[in-house]
Write a protein that binds this ligand. Sequence first.
Ligand code: ADP
Ligand code: MG
Length: 694
Amino acid sequence: MTEESKDLHSIQNLKGVGPKGASSLNNLGIFSIPDAAFHLPFRYEDRSFITPISEANYQTNVLVEGEIMKSTVVFRGRRMLFSEIYDGTGRITMRMFNFAMAQHKALETGKMIRCFGVITPGPNGKQMIHPQYQVFEKDDVIEIDKNLTPIYPTTSGLQQNKLKKIIESSLDFCDQNNLLKEESKDKNYSEYGNLLETLKFLHKPPVETNLNELIEGKHPAQKSLIKEELIAHMLCAGILKNELEGRKGPSMKDESKHEDNFLNSLPFDLTNAQQKVWKEISSDLMAEVPMRRLLQGDVGSGKTLVGALAALHAESNGWQTALLCPTEILAEQHYNSFKDWFEEIGLNVKILTGSTKAKERKVLITELASGEIDILIGTHAIFQLGVEFKNLGLTVIDEQHRFGVHQRFSMLEKGGADNQSPHQLIMTATPIPRTLAMTVYGSLETSIIDELPPGRNPVKTSSRPDSFRDKVIKRVEEVCLTDKRAYWVCTLIEDSDELEAQSAEELFKEISSSLPKLKVGLVHGRLKKEQKDSVIDQFRKGLIQLLVCTTVIEVGVDVPEATLMIIENPERLGLSQLHQLRGRVGRKANTESHCLLLYKEPLSVLAEERIKTMEATNDGFQIAEKDLELRGAGDIYGLRQSGLMDLKIANPIRDSDLLVDAQKEALEIGKNEIEFAKTIVDRWIGNRVDYSDS
Ligand code: ADP
Ligand code: MG
C-alpha cells in the first residue's frame, strides 16, 4: 500500500467515525478501514428465534419478547430499575443497576420489548440482569436476525452496536474499493471466493453454521485465516530480525559508577533472582547488539528495581532511558521511586504524561533534545510527535500487555540514528509460554524473576457470597481501626468508564455511610489526575484508611500498608486480572494480608473454578496456566487482554496444531516470495510495523 492510500483508508475516513470513535477504535488496534474488517467476533449468539418465557430455562441465553407491564425504580442498598414483562406464557423481570432516567422513561407500560440475555433466578422468579433490549410499539414489525449475531471485543466508550455498524460499513467499503479481494494461497479461501468473502462470512454466519466449531475456532473459514495470521507474525519476526541484525546497539561497556552506591543505599539486598536477571541484562547492555529482552516476574517480585539498574547503567555510559508505563498512576509512582533513588546521585529524572501541561511539556522537549534529561518516565504521551531524544539508549516497557506491537516498534525508531537501535527491556507479570513468545516476538530473550523478596507472606484468599456483605463491612471496619488499610474494588460487566465510575460512586456512598468511623476515599478512571493523585497520596499516608476503587488500581499501585482487599463481583474478572489486583496487597514484609472475593450467586462453573484457583494459590505462573486452560477455546479476546498476545484471531495454544505447518510455509514464503510476504504482513499486522526493504 502506498502512503497515500494508507491515508485514504484511515479509519477516520469511514462514514460515521468521528475523532473520538477513531481513538476508541485505535485502542482496539484498528487504525485502517481494513483493520476493522479483521476485527472478528469473539463469540456469537443465536438470536434467530423468540423463546416463550414459560419455556426459557435458567442459565441460558435467550431472546424473549413481551409487553412491559410496569417499570419501577426501587432502593435496596442501591438504586435499581425493575421492568416486568409478560408474553402470554409467563413473566420475567428485567433488572438494571446502572441506568439513566431516560431509559426508565422509555420503558413505558404498554410498550413492547425484546430482550436478549441470560435467565437467572430473581426475587420474583425469572429475571434478566442488564440484558440487551429494544423497545417498540405494539404495531411495529421488528425483524429477526436470521444470521448468528456476532459479539465483538470492544473498549470503553464504544458500544457493541456502534462497533457492529462500523464493521459492517468497513466491509462495504472494502467491497467497493476492491480491498482484501486477493486470493490466498490457502485453498480454504476459495470456498468463500476470497479473503473478504471469508471475513464477511465470519462476521455474519448463517444460523445453520456449526456454532460449536465457530466457538472453538475450528471452522474451516477460521482455520485458513488463523494459519495465515500465524504465518504473518512469523514472517514479521523474521523480517524484524533481519532488520535488527544490521543494527548496532548503543555501546554501554562501562560498569556503572553509581551502582554500588545505589545498591548500598537501599534498605534491602537484591534477591538472588534479581541478581541473576540483572547479570543477564547487564551483559546484554554491554554487548554490541540491541537487547530485546522480556523480564517476567510475578507481581511484587521487584522488577522495577531491575529496570532502574538498567537505566543507571545507561546513564553512566552517556545514554538516555525512557520508561513507558500503561497508566498515569503507575508513571507517577515510578517517577517518585526513581527520584528517591537517583536524585541524590545527580540523575535528572522527569515525567511526561497526558496531563503534563503544555508549558512544562515544551520545557521537557527541549531538555530531552539537549540531553539534559537522563531518564524520562511516562505514558504513551512519549510516542507523540515532537518528543525526540538526544541519545535514547534504552527503553524499559512496564506491563507490556497494555502496549501493542505498534508502540514497541515506534520506540525502536525513536533512537534510530546512525543505524543504531536502543536496547529494549519489556517487563511483565504475565508469564508467556515459550512457544507463544517465539511466535509473536521471534527474537526476544527471556529473564525470569522466580522468587519474591524475603518475608512476603502469600495473600490469604477466601470467598463469600454477597449475603455476607454486612459481616464483611464490619470486618473491614475492625481491620481499618487497627491502623491497617484496605482496598474495596468495584468491578463492572460492561467495559465503560462512565458506568464504572457511576457504580464506584454508588459503592462509595454505601460504604461511607455504613462505616462512619472510617475515612473512605474513592478513585476511578473518570477523576481528574490531581484528584486521583491526591486520594492515592492520602491513602499512602494513612489519612484515608479505606480506598474504594475500580480496576484502575490493578496496575502497579504500591502502598505496602494496605493489607486487605475486598473484590466485589470477582466472577466478572479473569484469573490474571484477579491476580494482578490481589498483588496490590501482601507487599509488606512479615505482615499477613488478606483478599476476600465477595461474589454474586449463582456462580457459573467457570467462575467458581477461577475463585477456587485464587484461594488455592498465589503463584502467578500457576495462575496463568490455569487461566489459559479455563479460557479454553475461542476466548481470544481474553487472551489478548491478558497480554499474552497481540493476535486478531489465532490462539497459539488452541491452534498449536497449525504452528508447525505455518512455520514451514513462513520459511518458504520468506525465502521465495518476499512480495507476498509483505502483502500478508501488511494485511495482518499492517501499519503497526514499519519495515523497510531498502
Ligand atoms: P513488580 O515486580 O510487581 O513491579 P515492584 O518492583 O513494584 O514489583 O516491587 C514491589 C515492592 O518490593 C516494592 O516496594 C520494592 O521496593 C520492593 N522490593 C524490590 N526488591 C526488593 C528486595 N530485594 N527486597 C525487599 N523488597 C524489595
Ligand atoms: Mg511493577
